[in-house]
Design a protein. Structure first.
Length: 100
């Protein structure tokens, strides 16, 4: 598992914006998980963020699942993490891309 970080502007919001560039070798059977900070910043009842470690745990434990199943599992874990009475404060965007 390799992490590629980006903390730039929202993609596509401003024309002619510049974004960090990173080259990553891609091979068949590789998988990309793209997500917004709303995934890792979702808080539980004690105010603890879901975080990168929890996300990585879910992805590692279910890495052989199809992309559609993995995305549902991640969203399910986020719902379990956040108290039912708490409102989600940020967007949650999750994109999984499998390389064929």
């Amino acid at each position: 598992m390799q992490r590629v970080e980006s903390n730039g502007l929202l993609f596509g919001v401003k024309p002619d914006s510049e974004y960090p560039v990173c080259s990553v070798p891609v091979e068949p059977s590789d998988r990309f998980l793209l997500y917004t900070d709303g995934v890792t910043e979702t808080e539980n009842a004690t105010g603890e963020a879901f975080g990168d470690r929890q996300l990585e745990r879910v992805v590692r434990n279910h890495r052989l699942q199809p992309a559609s199943e993995l995305s549902l599992l991640v969203l399910s874990e986020l719902q379990r993490w956040r108290p039912a009475a708490a409102n989600q404060q940020d967007d949650i965007t999750l994109i999984i891309v499998d390389v064929l």
